[in-house]
Ligand binder design. Structure first.
Ligand SMILES: Cc1ncc(COP(=O)(O)O)c(C=O)c1O
Length: 400
């Protein structure tokens, strides 16, 4: 499969600043086509939706195209695409709506692997409803989320299983299909956090077994917009709080207030960008997205091996994250330096990385890292290249 990283990098104006952007897991840079799509939406004349004049019609078309693009990205139905400002806000909204039908003694299953945005909204909703929270634990030796434990965790009282498609720090990709199959056997719904996974793999919500799948466009070259996709018929069963005159149908009744229309044009452009990453991709946009993301996964896996081999060969570096299936995300500490100091050292050498728990708060606690400043996270996305990795390795080597 063809993947020309130089062609890809040329699409991103920000990459010309000379920094190695290894902070993609916290938010990616944006290609010119996305910037242009947002600017074009404003330049063309912008109106609120539902009016009689052309500018209003343009906004309506942008919303429809955004839903279609996200459907093409995830394999969902456009009528099941809920749009919002970010994953956290949408997950709280869904937790509020879903938990209305929980009874005292019902159960929800969360995982210690997850970002807190797919834990706390469920824990807090469960507390309000008198439901019990059950925890899927990470095997700390392997950083896997063992599937077998779900057999013990699930019962006929389980209403919801919340699980990530990939850890945003150690990269672990749980066996979603197996977890979802077990959850569905007891009639539970499955809420999958796809925020970290989406930029790295082909996404197919049906194959994952996700009843709800959340992702945020700013993690895959788009603007700061989030979405949760679900079957429209499932959304129909939920009644979130909404304003009296606001849309009563789905997905509109989950979307509060006026949308960021220009940014939604940027989301569609970002999906187009992903679909074109592999030059050989052909067919409809869904087909091209799947082909391109498979090429991205292959490219990133090879590049990540270079990063892991390099870091793994350094005696002063401790690597966390050993899962067999993972995203290209390294989480490590450096002897004698706090994670913040390491990140500062790297920033001075024009290498952008994150330090801390990165909101993987439960996992950082389980790994014993939460109170010592977490760890350093260096992640790859499709625009990173060998030079980025080599600069990281050279700069970390200086700290020996
Ligand atoms: C795995 C994961 N889930 C959820 C979130 C929260 O996403 P948002 O910023 O869209 O609320 C993040 C953000 O870093 C993340 O990495």
């Amino acid at each position: 499969m063809t993947f020309d990283v130089n062609r890809v990098r040329a699409a991103y104006p920000a990459l010309s600043d000379g920094f190695a952007y290894l902070d993609g897991a916290a938010g990616t840079q944006v290609p010119a086509a996305v910037i242009e799509a947002i600017a074009h939406a404003y330049r063309a004349g912008m109106g609120n939706v539902g009016g009689t004049f052309p500018a209003s019609g343009r906004s309506g078309a942008i919303v429809a195209e955004c839903r279609q693009a996200l459907a093409d990205l995830t394999g969902a139905s456009p009528d099941g695409v809920v749009l919002g400002p970010n994953m956290t806000t949408l997950t709280y909204r869904l937790a509020e709506a879903l938990s209305r039908r929980w009874e005292p003694g019902d159960e929800v299953v969360v995982s210690r692997l997850d970002h807190d945005a797919n834990i706390r909204p469920w824990v807090q909703a469960a507390a309000r409803r008198g439901a019990t929270v059950r925890w899927a634990e990470v095997d700390l030796a392997t950083t896997e989320l063992p599937t077998a434990q779900y057999g013990e965790l699930l019962s006929e009282r389980t209403r919801l299983v919340a699980v990530t498609a990939a850890s945003n720090v150690v990269g672990t990709r749980p066996d979603l299909a197996a977890i979802a199959a077990a959850a569905h056997t007891v009639g539970a719904l499955v809420y999958v956090d796809g925020v970290h996974a989406t930029p790295h793999i082909p996404v197919d919500v049906a194959a994952f077994g996700a009843d709800f799948y959340a992702t945020s466009a700013y993690k895959w070259s788009g603007p700061h917009i989030g979405t949760v996709v679900a079957e429209p018929a499932l959304l129909e069963t939920l009644k979130p709080d909404k304003l009296a005159p606001a849309p009563a149908g789905v997905p509109g009744r989950f979307e509060r207030g006026t949308a960021a229309f220009a940014d939604l044009a940027g989301v569609a452009a970002a999906v187009e960008h992903l679909a074109a990453l592999a030059q050989a991709a052909s067919g409809n946009r869904r087909d091209r997205v799947l082909t391109s993301m498979a090429a991205v996964e292959e490219y990133e896996t090879l590049l990540f091996a270079r990063m892991l081999d390099g870091l793994g060969a350094m005696d002063h570096v401790t690597l966390y994250g050993r899962a067999a299936r993972r995203t290209p995300t390294a989480f490590f500490t450096v002897a004698g330096h706090t994670p913040r100091q390491v990140a500062g050292h790297l920033a001075a050498r024009r290498v952008n990385v994150w330090n801390g728990d990165n909101y993987a708060w439960e996992l950082a606690g389980a790994l014993g890292l939460r109170d010592s400043g977490g760890a350093v996270r260096a992640g790859l996305v499709h625009y990173n290249d060998e030079a980025d990795v080599d600069r990281l390795l050279a700069a970390v080597a200086e700290l020996a």
